[in-house]
Design a protein around this ligand. Structure first.
Ligand code: SAM
Length: 256
């Protein structure tokens, strides 16, 4: 694209289709009164339609080679601020007030970026392009192979839904897998550290029982046994059987 040499390691798979880009902005429900945070502005394909809504847009981009594309956009849209640097190392104060997160995420940091948004009490919604397989894990229900830490965390935050599947051919260069847009209206802001730690331990060894996973992680054995009984769960249940709500109750009982 314009002679630009895409970096595979930075997840530089750019979008160009204007209809798709407008559809993502519509999925996010961005209006002129919003503040939008975009991670990975690239050449500004999504940044531009976001700025055109009139919303205040704060776009992060790690690759300074993209300045030549993004600085002119900043000049054109007074409501746009581009911050060059690693979003994961950026100070939270760079964003002021409540915001909506909208991004075509670089694949290599999808989960940490998603969790950073879900851990931020100011985040009202998340609308992100992720690998299709990750999207399926985000929306998965208890019991299946896709159900895990991502599913529990995202379902505790809100009701995640896949708004569209996007074929690999829509990207330049095309990645090896298809993608999907996931939208979450955040109803319960900020994940609880205690619940997150219990969920992480519960899925750390998928073949083991929940009891074994939690006791190996150092939780009190008597408390685990009594919590499972109180929740009406079989002592040999595996973590993948618990609903997000059951994880919250379990965490309350074994961490106090
Ligand atoms: N938004 C553009 C689009 O849709 O065409 C680009 C999306 S591309 C999938 C991801 C972008 O994230 C790349 O431009 C990459 O350089 C940038 N990026 C990668 N790691 C980043 C980080 N840690 N912080 C900020 N941007 C990052």
């Amino acid at each position: 694209m314009n002679g630009f040499k895409h970096s595979h390691s930075l997840g530089q798979n750019f979008l160009t289709d204007k209809n798709l880009l407008s559809a993502i902005v519509a999925d996010a429900g961005v209006t002129a009164s919003d503040t939008v945070v975009e991670v990975g502005a690239g050449q500004g394909a999504l940044t531009r339609p976001l700025a055109e809504t009139g919303a205040r847009v704060i776009a992060f981009e790690i690759d300074t080679r993209l300045e030549e594309y993004l600085r002119p956009l900043e000049e054109k849209y007074p409501n746009l601020t581009v911050i060059f640097g690693d979003f994961m190392k950026s100070a939270p104060e760079l964003i002021s007030g409540r915001f909506k997160a909208v991004a075509n995420l670089p694949y290599y940091i999808t989960t940490p970026v998603l969790f950073r948004f879900l851990d931020d009490e100011r985040c009202d919604s998340v609308t992100v392009m992720v690998q299709k397989e990750v999207a399926e894990r985000i929306v998965a229900s208890p019991g299946g192979k896709d159900y895990g830490v991502l599913s529990v965390s995202c379902n505790l935050a809100g009701k995640p839904k896949i708004t569209r599947i996007v074929g690999r051919q829509m990207f330049t260069p095309p990645p090896n897998v298809d993608s999907a847009v996931v939208h979450i209206d955040v109803e319960n802001p900020a994940r609880s550290e205690k619940v997150s730690a219990v969920v992480k331990s519960a899925f750390a060894m998928r073949r083991k029982t929940l009891y074994n996973c939690l006791s190996s992680a150092g939780y009190d054995k008597a408390k685990i046994t009594s919590a499972l009984a109180t929740l009406g769960l079989d002592p040999s249940v595996r973590g993948e059987r618990l609903t997000p709500e059951q994880f919250v109750k379990l965490a309350e009982m074994i961490t106090n």
